[in-house]
Structure formats: C-alpha cells, structure tokens
Design a protein around this ligand. Structure first.
Ligand SMILES: *Cc1c(COP(=O)(O)O)cnc(C)c1O
Length: 511
C-alpha cells in the first residue's frame, strides 16, 4: 500500500461517521490493531497455560498479572507514554533467552554460546535500521534513560576522550598516566548541554539536576514562546551561539507540536554541537512515516535515542540510532553504561520492529494523529484551553487551571474517579510548580491501538469536560484536595465502560 493511499483511507475512516463508512472504518480499526486477531486461539491457550504454570509456584503473582489486565480493561488509558503491545511482543519476553549472558556485541561477546542472542540482536538492529533508515542501530539499552546515557557517553567518548587519547599518544584509557587521566575525568564534567526546559515539555534526562545527566553536564535549557507555546528557533539559535554546548538535545515528553529537526541540526552545526534527538515519545510517528522530511530526526541528528514501549508499541526498553561516525562509541554502551543485555527483550524488540515495518503500522500512526486532533477539537469546541491551541502529534496538553480553575493534581484525581487515566503535567511558565502543575497531558497511542476512531475521541473529550466541570477545589488553600459530583463521576465511568466495551483489550484472553 502506498503512503498516499494509507493517508487517504485513514482520513476517511476517521472523518466519516455515516453508515456507508462503517465497513471501511472497521477494516481500518482492525488494521491499526496489527496482527493480533489472527492468532487469537493460540494466544488464549498460551496465557491460560502460562498463568497456570506461574500460579503453581506463586499464586499471588499470577493473581497480580490477572489483576493488571482487569485494571487495564476497566480504564480509559490516555497516558501519552503508554500503549498495548501485541501478544507476540509480550510472549517473546517470557522465555529462556533471559537466562543468557551476552556482554559485547554480535560476534564479539565476553561469553561463549551466544549464537541465538547474536541472532535476535542482529535481527532487531536490522529491523531498526530498515524501519528508520538509520546508518546504525544499537538495541541493548534497557530503557529510555539508559539509551540517553549510552548516547551521552558515546558523544563524550568521541568528542572528549578520543582527542585526549590521541594527544597523549595512547590507544586506551588504561594507557594514560595518572595526571592525564585525572585531567580527562574532570574535562568530562566541564561539558555543556542545551536541552528543552521541563515546563516546556522537556525530559529530566536532558540535563536536569535530579537525573545523572544534570550532574554530568553543565546544562542550560531553551523554552517556548510564552504566548504561542511554540519553540522559537531564532531564540534557540541565539542561546546556542552564546552557550556553545557540546550537545544540543531535541525531543520532548510533553510538547503537542512537531519540532523542526532540520532547523535544529543547522543550529547545532553552526555552534559545533552534536545534535541528539530523544524520540522516546514519538518514535511510532517516525516509524509510521507521519513525521518525514524536516520533522524526521534520523537524517538530521548524529545520535537518536528512543524507548520502544511508547508509541512504537514494543516491549519496555530503549534503543540508539546513529550516524556511522558514532557507531563504534555507541556499541560500547555495554559495559560503559549498561550491564549484560536482556536477550529476551531484544527478541521482543525484533518482533515489535517487524510489526512496525508492516504497512498497517503506517495506518496506525496516521490514526494516532487523527485521533489526537479529534480529541483536541472536541476540547476546543467545549471551551477547554489547550497549550498551543491544539496538536500536530499524539499529545494533547490541557490547561486545567485556565479552563476549570483546577490544579493538574486535582484534575488528574477527578478524572481517575471518572474512569479516565491521565497524568498531570506542567504547562509553560506553570504557576503551580512541577508537583501540582496546571496541566493534564493526554495521548492517543493506546486508545488507537484498541481501535478507537475520531467520533469516539470526541466522546472522550465530552466525558472529560463533563467530569472536570463537575469538579471544584475543596478549599482555597489545598492544591491537592478536590470535590467531584458523585453522580457525574458515576455517569462518566459508565460512559467509559461503554466505550471500552466496543473495543476490548486482548479479547482473546479469558481470565
Ligand atoms: C519516557 C521518556 C524517557 C525515559 O524512558 P524510560 O524507559 O522510562 O527510562 C526518556 N526521554 C523521553 C523524552 C521520554 O519521554
């Protein structure tokens, strides 16, 4: 299927509410759900048996696994960083690949007997390279944080350590005399980073003090225009010229628009910075070719990091993509930063990346964005104020202080009472600070996986607006306490149950 026809059918599916379109939107909905229904019977048997095996040893764990599925089936999941992986992805993690030690890289391991680990790691990396058009892929990072640490140390190794070794005429850090080593250790700590500020939507791992990245780098952050909520590239360029960072970090966890990575790469190049993009949140939109050209980070950044479990819909984990010049340094992620790789998770990454290479994944990615737009339009129609006024990606960031006179903390709790799971989030220049906040972040990857369409996202906007209109701060002083009309909360929960009943999670699995 060509990209153009994907885009067109997806648009039809989400915009036509009429009966004539029903057959087609059902087909698209089934398509965005990926390959799961084809293996329904096998999946049902696999989980029934797996839980029986676990219960025979520790019944409480089997009960918790069942309970988690019950919870996930009960709640409308609008957490922007969560998704539902396929049974194939989940099952690829539950096996004896987990028992193997495999420090090193395929063909260069510290342990014997790694043929099958080599095979899954090579498969996963190959899928990642093909899917993203990357020069190199490293699929060992255990999480997004680990992927970023591998990237930072690869950049430091290439740009700080390698020149120091060359100057000293040494091949290896072990060959440096004590004073040269001492000097090098300190110079790692003197490097500057420029990353997006937290209240503009950046991430803790982009140089903030509570994270090790902030203790390692001397960080300055760029924000967004206070009026528009958008990145101001001229201001960013001025700041970069002044700060002259070693690393310019792009990417976000709460920005509802698409940064222009081509522009950011130009800025990095001008000031001699390595441009790194953390696409943890939107990797699925890159994989599904929603983000192309200037908005695709892979051709523009020296190093790109990601999680695999968010919009990419794989197992919990991370990966690093890079230009060839960074590859030898990235490949030293273990043992530089990581312990032994998780071969079972790399196997699941290979499965997920294979799924993402199918044309149906492009339908899925297009539907994520169409659904986010429907949600944002649903809010705007109901008078709810959104950061930047809308969305171009999978995220909708609601300003609940401006819309309902609530803190993010109050709104998040009232929504949970109403059957909707979200998380509170800062808005630009947030008056309520990073703990209570003034925003609620929502995302559509999970509901889109279930097969929700635009009309249903409009209904979701209505449920959320109804719940928050019925919520008030409990006192003038507390930013946490709130009151919600119990009848309204109950009605909203019922509406969520109805929506979820039409799109059950893993319907093939019976508990
Ligand atoms: C989620 C996220 C991470 C961290 O991922 P973990 O797997 O939880 O470590 C890093 N960067 C960004 C931008 C994220 O959104």
């Amino acid at each position: 299927m060509s990209q153009a026809s994907n885009a067109q059918t997806s648009t039809n599916a989400v915009s036509d509410g009429g009966a004539a379109a029903t057959g087609e939107s059902e087909a698209i909905a089934a398509n965005t759900r990926g390959p799961w229904p084809a293996t329904a019977t096998a999946t049902a048997i696999a989980y029934t048996n797996a839980l029986e095996v676990i219960a025979a040893t520790e019944p409480d764990v089997a009960a918790a696994i069942r309970g988690e599925l019950e919870n996930q089936r009960r709640q409308l999941k609008l957490i922007a960083s969560e998704n539902y992986a396929s049974p194939a992805v989940l099952l690829a993690m539950g096996n004896w690949l987990s028992d193997k030690y495999a420090e090193g890289t395929p063909g260069h391991r510290m342990y014997a007997g790694c043929e099958m680990v080599d095979r899954v790691e090579t498969l996963a990396a190959g899928h990642a390279i093909a899917l993203f058009g990357a020069e190199h892929a490293y699929v060992q990072p255990h999480s997004g944080i680990d992927a970023n640490l591998v990237a930072y140390w690869a950049i430091l190794a290439k740009r700080v350590e390698a020149p120091a070794l060359e100057e000293a005429g040494a091949k290896h850090v072990n060959d440096l005399p004590a004073d040269a080593w001492d000097h090098l250790r300190h110079s790692f700590n003197e490097q500057r980073m420029l990353g997006m500020s937290l209240d503009a939507g950046g991430h803790l791992t982009h140089g903030f003090r509570p994270n090790i990245s902030g203790k390692l780098f001397n960080q300055a952050s760029y924000g967004v225009d206070p009026e528009s909520g958008l990145i101001d590239y001229d201001a960013l360029a001025r700041q970069a010229r002044e700060w002259r960072p070693l690393v310019l970090v792009g990417g976000y966890s709460a920005y509802p628009r698409n940064p222009n990575f081509a522009l950011m790469a130009e800025i990095a190049e001008e000031v001699g910075a390595t441009f790194m993009v953390d696409m943890a949140h939107f990797a699925g939109l890159v994989a599904g070719k929603v983000l192309t050209g200037d908005f695709d980070p892979v051709p523009h950044a020296g190093v790109v990091t990601s999680t695999t479990h968010k919009s990419l819909r794989g197992p919990r984990g991370g990966l690093v993509l890079c230009k060839g010049e960074y590859a030898p340094f990235v490949d030293k992620g273990c043992p530089m930063v990581l312990g032994g790789p998780l071969p079972h998770v790399m196997a699941a990454k290979a499965v997920a990346l294979a799924e993402a290479r199918r044309s149906s994944f492009a339908d899925y990615a297009a539907a994520i964005v169409a659904n986010a737009r429907a949600l944002a339009e649903g809010f705007s129609r109901r008078g709810v104020k959104l950061v930047t006024g809308g969305t171009d990606n999978h995220i909708v960031l609601m300003n609940v202080e401006a819309s309902f006179g609530l803190t993010g903390r109050q709104a998040e709790s009232a929504l949970l009472d109403s059957g909707v799971v979200t998380n509170r989030n800062s808005v630009p220049s947030d008056p309520n600070g990073a703990w209570y906040t003034s925003g609620v972040r929502m995302g559509t990857p999970a509901l889109t996986t279930l097969g929700f369409g635009a009309d249903e996202l409009d209904e979701v906007a209505d449920v959320i607006a109804e719940a928050l209109r019925a919520t008030q701060p409990a006192s003038g002083t507390s930013k946490a306490k709130y009151m919600i009309d119990a009848k309204v909360a109950e009605r909203c929960r019922g509406r969520c149950t109805d929506l979820l009943a039409a799109h059950p999670l893993y319907p093939e699995i019976e508990l």
